[in-house]
Design a protein around this ligand. Structure first.
Ligand code: ADP
Ligand code: ZN
Length: 756
């Protein structure tokens, strides 16, 4: 013992060996290599971006850690070539977030680092843009100016223009662009002006100016919510706060004032919104409150140009922009001294990324808050059951705002039973007589109408048009999907199969149907019923063009259209004072999909929609057409009863062992050749059966409900487990060990939100 101790001391007196940089090399699928740190490059630290030698070429990479090299490598490591940026690009907290997420979602760390350092920043080629600015130095007396005018009228005109401008300086482009350069140079020579290079910030908001606003006087509920948020912020608390406030209760005002407070304390703020193209209001409200100066509020999303992303990212990274706003990917924004995170509409499924890495933006935001010691507010009118469960478990604190800030009543909501509608040839069972009359009435009064077609996916469920019966799995209580190839109904959660009945088991009609319908068919019916109305359809087909959705919504706002017909895509941007009627054409389609969250999504959609009608001075009305009038999601939405729905649905989830009471994952094998996909899934299934502990439930391998997409056949397996880690660790190991060969791609979706 004493001898060991002495040895230890001896070692400590030796000079410590030079640490090496452990580098995750870009583009090598998580290959990690150690490099020596040459003298003069001591700034290298965890999160630095570096250039390294790789065989005979150069590559870039991210430093994962500083390590003591293995003894046999000491002195033999190749040195780093260059430090790409002086400052480390990825902060320690973001490195931790990347490593945690990589393990949780079972993806290479590099994929997560790619999210943190977006492509334009990695590539370094979008250097800052500059422009020439001409500055007035000396204003000649009248005589001299006249002389100049005779000799070179152009020069005189430039001088006058500069003299008239407020700050005596103008960008060259405004003086006529490059043709104006020669006269400006002549003026510079004569000492009248100076030509400068000035950095331009490429602002995605462009020259748009937002009306400045100041803090509103909060009502009682808002004040109480803000006070609680501030007290958590002041004490450095990181326990998430769930702000449940009905639509229009003024949550955004609370976010703004909480952000204000954080900014005053020198902290940075991160705001996540569901889909930036649908939430320009949020951006406008933050820009309006926190100065219009470019860069103070930065926006990050993938629809921006590379140059804009580069500038906005660096503005945040340098601490110039203190507020960052964006969709799920902005959870990785390099906000300095982060103090507050806000996740608006936290229940929205667009927070889940549906391609690799399949992370959940809200969940990573909660983790990031913890890692950085920031406070976090999750806001929604219809919180996710995951978050409500976390409140029950004491992990989150709930705050409520139950009244609308503007004192408006919630609109009257009617549920219309489509089973009793006569099916004439004219409306094809799409439009009930009651809704048709309501639309007619609103159009006559010059008011506007939104019609929502609830259409998610294309899963073919069986539903009886006479009695509303749907074929549900006996084990999962979820709709079964029709498989044409084997002419069977199949449950996609557990694999249970059943014959297709040729008569309805409930009412015995032979008229049992598998058909859904799309927006185009509905549009045709509506045009026939309302030939005079100006109508606009919104669906994925119409909105492929950039800004198409924005333009359509602007037209509708300006009342250049009367009826807006769309999928759930439009439900989020709904804030139109002229809209007095919202019709939901088929509330059922969203229910009839094999997804444990189908009822939750339907409830959220209907509640959001209902909360949006009648935002102006006119009272609103909502009509919901359904074949399932008794469905919980529909009845609770009609009564605006969020608590009632949550209670009922949580009980059901617990009973069926669905999230949030378990974690679910989906494994998908895709191939252009059907047999290959099927074989890969079957083989993997066998390996998983052997490897997984008994508390994990594994479905049989099946063709996916979306059996073929983008030319590839899809087979899948669903898993349920008490924890996510057990799924990520074992599944990723088995997938990696499986040599499924060319032409098959296997993907793993942890905490899946899509079961298609
Ligand atoms: P939410 O985000 O909860 O749906 P909003 O923040 O959009 O609600 O607020 C709804 C409307 O009420 C907005 O027009 C907003 O300007 C207004 N509002 C919010 N808070 C107040 C307040 N304290 N006093 C007056 N009007 C308010
Ligand atoms: Zn089942």
């Amino acid at each position: 013992m004493p001898r060991d101790f002495a040895m230890q001391e001896l070692f400590e007196e030796l000079p410590a060996p030079q640490p090496a940089a452990r580098v995750l090399v870009d583009g090598l699928n998580d290959m990690v290599l150690d490099y020596a740190i040459p003298a003069g490059m001591q700034g290298v630290t965890r999160g630095s971006r570096v250039e390294v030698p790789l065989r005979a070429r150069s590559a870039t990479g991210t430093v994962l850690a500083l390590v003591q090299p293995e003894p046999e490598w000491a002195g033999r490591l190749r040195p780093l070539r260059r430090l790409v940026n002086e400052e480390p690009v990825v902060s320690p907290a973001l490195m931790d977030l990347a490593e945690w997420a990589a393990r949780y979602y079972a993806v290479p760390v590099e994929q997560m680092i790619r999210c943190i350092v977006p492509e334009p920043v990695r590539q370094e080629r979008h250097e800052e843009k500059t422009r020439k600015v001409v500055v007035l130095q000396d204003w000649p007396d009248d005589d001299t100016l006249n002389k100049i005018n005779r000799r070179a009228p152009r020069q005189a005109a430039i001088l006058r223009y500069l003299h008239a401008s407020a700050d005596k300086r103008e960008p060259l482009v405004d003086l006529g662009g490059s043709p104006a350069l020669a006269p400006c140079r002549a003026l510079e020579k004569a000492g009248y002006v100076r030509i400068e290079e000035e950095a331009v910030h490429r602002d995605p908001a462009g020259a748009e100016v937002f009306a400045p606003t100041s803090a509103l006087q909060l009502n009682e509920e808002q004040a109480a919510a803000l006070q609680y948020i501030n007290s958590v912020f002041d004490s450095g608390g990181t326990q998430p706060i769930l702000l449940q406030g009905v639509t229009g209760s003024g949550k955004t005002e609370v976010y703004l004032q909480a952000a204000q407070r954080a900014m005053e304390q020198g902290k940075g703020v991160l705001i996540l919104v569901p889909e930036i193209s649908l939430t320009p209001q949020t951006m406008a409200r933050f820009k309006g409150r926190f100065a219009n100066a470019p860069g103070s509020v930065a926006i990050l999303h993938s629809a921006m140009s590379d140059g804009e992303r580069f500038d906005e990212w660096h503005a945040i990274h340098r601490g110039k922009a203190r507020i960052a706003i964006g969709p799920r990917s902005a959870v990785f924004a390099p906000v300095q001294n982060l103090g507050l995170i806000i996740v608006d509409e936290e229940h929205d499924s667009s927070y889940k990324q549906e391609n690799s890495p399949r992370y959940h933006g809200r969940d990573l935001a909660v983790l990031r808050a913890k890692l950085e010691g920031a406070s976090i507010v999750l806001g929604s009118a219809t919180p996710s059951l995951e978050s409500l469960y976390n409140v029950q478990q004491g992990k989150y604190t709930m705050l409520r705002m139950d009244k609308r800030a503007d004192g408006q009543r919630l609109p009257l909501t009617r549920v219309l039973d489509m089973r009793s509608e006569p099916k004439d040839k004219r409306n094809l069972g799409i439009l009930s007589e009651r809704l048709r009359m309501a639309i007619d009435e609103r159009l006559t009064k010059g008011e506007q109408v939104i019609l929502l077609l609830n259409r998610r996916g294309f899963a073919r469920a069986l539903q009886c048009p006479e009695c509303g019966y749907t074929a549900n799995c006996e084990h999962c209580a979820l709709p079964m999907t029709y498989h044409a190839t084997e002419n069977r109904l199949v449950c996609h959660i557990c694999g249970y199969r059943q014959m297709v009945p040729n008569r309805c088991p409930e009412c015995h009609t032979a008229n049992i149907t598998l058909e859904g319908y799309g927006t185009q068919k509905v549009e045709a019916v509506l045009r026939r019923c309302f030939p005079q109305a100006r109508m606009q359809r919104v669906d994925a087909d119409v909105t492929t063009r950039k800004n198409a959705l924005r333009d359509i919504l602007a037209d509708f706002r300006a009342h250049r259209t009367d009826i807006l017909l769309g999928t759930q895509m439009i439900s989020k941007g709904l804030d139109f004072p002229g809209v007095t009627l919202v019709g939901v054409l088929n509330a059922d389609l969203g229910l009839n999909i094999p997804d444990p969250r189908a009822a939750e999504r339907t409830f959220q959609l209907l509640t959001q929609v209902a909360g949006r009608a009648g935002r102006g001075d006119l009272d609103g009305e909502v009509i919901i057409q359904t074949y399932n009038p008794q469905a919980a999601a529909i009845q609770f939405a009609r009564r605006h009863d969020t608590d009632g729905f949550a209670e009922t649905e949580l009980e059901l989830r617990q009973h069926m062992n669905f999230p949030p009471y378990c974690h679910m994952a989906v494994i998908t094998a895709r191939s252009e050749q059907e047999e290959l996909a099927a074989l890969a899934m079957e083989t993997l299934h066998k390996h998983l059966l052997a490897a997984l502990p008994p508390q994990v439930q594994l479905s049989t391998p099946l063709p996916a409900p979306l059996a073929k997409a983008y030319g590839q056949f899809r087979y899948q397996c669903t898993l349920k487990a008490p924890g996510a880690r057990i799924l990520s660790d074992i599944c990723s190991r088995e997938i990696a060990a499986m040599n499924c060969g060319e032409g098959v791609v296997i993907s793993l979706d942890i905490d899946a939100y899509s079961f298609m």
